[in-house]
Design a protein around this ligand. Structure first.
Ligand code: IMP
Ligand code: MG
Length: 179
């Protein structure tokens, strides 16, 4: 078991998610037409826990869809590529769309997704992340709702994994690497 340092407790996460939910409600109640639902798009796998908490903190009608993306490192070019392994199932044209992602790191995944969704002409497109990790950002991405900001480090828990482990931890921890 890797050594880890506690960064945000389950209580701290719940408080921040509640604040984001209030903010999102205030912002979208102005733009949604009567009877219209916000469409939250969760990025699998990492975002599923944040997604489940966030949508319940938004006191508005919310519809959900999921997309699954992986970014993989190209050994030859040292660049990363984003691959979609599960597409959306809903039509997003004309919809108010909120992307829900676990963490923004280099920014590659979110940029890919923003471009992919923009082409489908949503009425609006915003991004919510549980963690904004700034140090390795390669392309600027605008993050509309951020629960926590950190500089760097590898985080686990609350949906975030390290080699498919630790997703089910309730708190967010930083993996401590000895060297
Ligand atoms: P990006 O394309 O570099 O922004 O990376 C995005 C993806 O990498 C996230 O959706 C996560 O799945 C994964 N990732 C980046 N940093 C971490 C971390 O600290 N812990 C766990 N997963 C991470
Ligand atoms: Mg992810």
């Amino acid at each position: 078991m890797a050594e880890k340092k506690l960064l945000y407790t389950a209580e701290q996460i719940a408080d921040r998610v509640a604040e984001l939910g209030d903010q999102i409600k205030k912002d979208y109640e102005k733009v949604l037409a009567p009877g219209e639902q916000l469409l939250a798009i969760g990025v699998l796998n990492g975002a599923f826990i944040f997604m489940a908490d966030l949508i319940r903190a938004i006191e508005l009608p919310v519809e959900v869809d999921f997309i699954r993306l992986s970014s993989y490192q190209d050994k030859d070019s040292s660049s990363s590529e984003v691959v979609m392994t599960k597409n959306l199932e809903k039509e997003i044209k004309g919809r108010h769309v909120l992307i829900v992602e676990d963490i923004a790191d280099c920014g590659l995944t979110l940029n890919w997704l923003l471009e992919f969704l923009h082409k489908r002409q949503p009425a609006s497109l915003k991004v919510a992340v549980a963690v904004d990790k700034k140090a390795r950002r390669e392309t600027s991405v605008s993050l509309d709702y951020v629960a926590f900001s950190v500089d760097d480090g590898f985080l686990v828990g609350y949906g975030l994994d390290f080699a498919e482990k630790y997703r089910n931890l309730s708190a967010i921890h930083q993996v401590v690497t000895q060297g």
